[in-house]
Design a protein around this ligand. Structure first.
Ligand SMILES: Cc1cc2nc3c(=O)[nH]c(=O)nc-3n(C[C@H](O)[C@H](O)[C@H](O)COP(=O)(O)O)c2cc1C
Length: 380
């Protein structure tokens, strides 16, 4: 099947990836209420069709934090992408660079920050606050040395939410022997992946944090090390601590409440991502797109407001911009595309988003994404 839409990449990834990784990408926390809301609330927004305007020239570019994005889209940090395709993060950043959009590297990536930067493009770097501050300082120094232009500081994961699908698939929980048997069976059932990733995509460690994780050698061991090391004591004051080691722009990711958004401004952040971690953390909270307009109204003049969660088409991108986002990030969309077809898949996924955004712009009479506002929506 040739992918025509982002949901096609989901289906292709389902066929190609071992079940444990497909479920890890696809799933959310608890009953997945918020995961469904992210998608459904975007779907429910009606664009306002306008016709008979000269739409010959479209401008999709945005300037943000000293960068020019050719599309108002970025690749959100997604952990363990090197398990979805061979050296997955390096493939994804090449596709992002080709499309002129930013790639944000997760703290828990398979490829290290240095390996990714060696592609010729430095990624935005996503940081989790870990208890081991010495190690965090080292990580920040490495990201700086690799040339990362923007730090994305994720604040909605003081501990990981319960993801039932990961337990059911055998990815987490169970004994090491049970996990190994599950992975072996899964690998045998997916020979293309086994050849590409399991055999030729090594090493399978968490590249940027492996030196700090001494508990084991498998990716799941590193993940449990990370889980034990999330720091729940973090407050806005810690942003000052981060700034001692980072003199570039800081984007706080995982804000859903207006009061927190105001705190982010007071703490001196240059941007924030309205996000519920793709419905993978506190289930039952608002969808990102429902939280977006009030946050954009409150702080949009003070810092850059981005959004992620549920974006599955270029039409969704325009809806998010109309509600106040400067740009939006996609998580699962690129993880599925990478799992389906590596760099070519991610490049095609971005082409699809671009083509869909063009149609949405032309038929709402919006020639320039920077002018997108609530007048593009039928129920503003
Ligand atoms: C498989 C997977 C892994 C993720 N890993 C991280 C991560 O390491 N750091 C982070 O800040 N967010 C992580 N996220 C959240 C994404 O950055 C983003 O907020 C979310 O995927 C957006 O929702 P969407 O998948 O509906 O686009 C992850 C999301 C997924 C699906």
């Amino acid at each position: 099947m040739r992918a025509a839409s982002i949901s096609d990449f989901r289906e292709l990834a389902r066929r190609r990836l071992p079940n444990i990784f497909f479920e890890y990408i696809d799933g959310g926390s608890y009953a997945e209420v918020t995961l469904k809301r992210n998608v459904a609330d975007l779907e429910a927004i009606a664009l306002r069709q306008r016709v008979m305007r000269d739409m010959t020239k479209l401008d999709m570019s945005v300037q943000t934090l000293g960068q020019t994005l050719k599309l108002p889209v970025g690749l959100a940090p997604v952990g363990m992408a090197g398990m979805y395709a061979r050296r997955g993060e390096t493939q994804a950043i090449r596709a992002a660079a080709g499309a002129g959009v930013p790639f944000c590297l997760s703290t828990v990536s398979v490829c290290s920050i240095e390996e990714v930067a060696a592609t010729g493009t430095a990624p935005w770097f996503q940081l989790y606050m870990l208890k081991d501050r010495g190690y965090m300082r080292e990580l920040l120094a490495r990201a700086k040395a690799a040339g990362s232009p923007v730090l994305v500081f994720t604040v909605d994961l003081p501990l990981p939410g319960a993801r039932y699908r990961d337990v059911r698939s055998g990815f987490t929980g169970g004994t090491p022997l049970q996990q190994m048997l599950t992975q072996l069976k899964d690998g045998i059932a997916h020979p293309a992946w086994t050849w590409d990733v399991a055999l030729n995509g090594r090493p399978h460690t968490l590249g940027s944090v492996q030196a700090a994780a001494t508990s084991g050698r498998r990716v799941t061991d590193f993940l449990s090390w990370i889980a034990q090391n999330f720091d729940r004591s973090v407050t806005w004051k810690d942003l000052d601590w981060v700034r001692e080691s980072w003199d570039g722009p800081i984007v706080v990711k995982g804000v859903l409440d207006v009061d927190d958004a105001r705190d982010a401004v007071r703490a001196g952040a240059q941007g924030l991502v309205v996000s519920n971690h793709g419905g993978r953390q506190l289930d039952g909270v608002l969808s990102a797109v429902a939280a977006l307009p009030r946050i954009a109204d409150a702080v949009g003049g003070d810092l850059e407001v981005y959004m992620d969660g549920g974006v599955r088409s270029g039409l969704d991108v325009l809806k998010a911009l109309a509600l106040g986002a400067k740009a939006c990030f996609v998580g699962r969309a690129w993880a599925w595309a990478l799992g389906a077809d590596g760099q070519a898949g991610v490049a095609r996924m971005l082409d699809i988003l671009r083509a869909e955004l063009a149609v949405a712009m032309i038929l709402t009479g919006c020639a320039n994404v920077r002018d997108a506002g609530r007048e593009l929506l039928d129920r503003p």
